[in-house]
Write a protein of this length. Structure first.
Length: 180
């Protein structure tokens, strides 16, 4: 059965990299071309592990109602996403390729990723680097306090692809319908 002419037929593969953090934190996702920047913000919160407590903005766009297809216009490039105007978490969003939608695939989908996102309000790039140093040294004077703050389950090396994709499915059910 052929798709109606107004049906979404393309998806973009994006690589999101959190800048200024070492070792690098990144995610690779596929999203429908009809997704708005406002919807992409919600997806980024889920895949990166942010909690949505802070303001955000996209570079190259003033209008969050703009779709990815309108922003990208067949030009594969990178654009920015800033989360938390206090700690300035800068993300690079690289448009890797445009693909034909797979009919059986649910979008958005996370394909891969590396490392956990920093905890909210940990102090930006510098504060996160300090937190990692403290957590590596149980004899550090701030170790107990920082462990209590982040919780024993925080693992900076962890990334759970299945958990992220489940959260994306829940997000879609709650707020989005991309291919209707």
């Amino acid at each position: 059965m052929e798709a109606p002419s107004n049906a979404v037929t393309s998806v973009y593969q994006l690589k999101i990299t959190l800048l200024g953090v070492r070792p690098q934190v990144w995610r690779r996702i596929q999203v429908p071309e009809t997704m708005t920047l406002a919807q992409l913000h919600s997806v980024l919160q889920v895949v990166m592990g942010w909690e949505g407590y802070h303001l955000h903005e996209f570079s190259d766009s003033e209008d969050e109602a703009m779709t990815l297809a309108e922003l990208i216009e067949d030009d594969l490039f990178s654009f920015g996403y800033l989360y938390d105007f206090g700690y300035m978490w800068q993300h690079e969003i690289k448009v890797e390729k445009k693909l034909v939608r797979e009919p059986e695939q649910t979008y958005p989908v996370c394909l891969a990723g590396k490392r956990a996102c920093p905890p909210e309000d940990c102090g930006g790039d510098w504060g996160y680097a300090h937190l990692l140093r403290v957590l590596k040294n149980p004899r550090h004077s701030q170790y107990e306090e920082r462990m209590e703050w982040v919780g024993s389950e925080f693992d900076p090396k962890a990334f759970d692809l299945e958990e992220v994709n489940q959260a994306l499915k829940e997000l879609e059910v709650e707020t989005m319908s991309y291919f209707d």
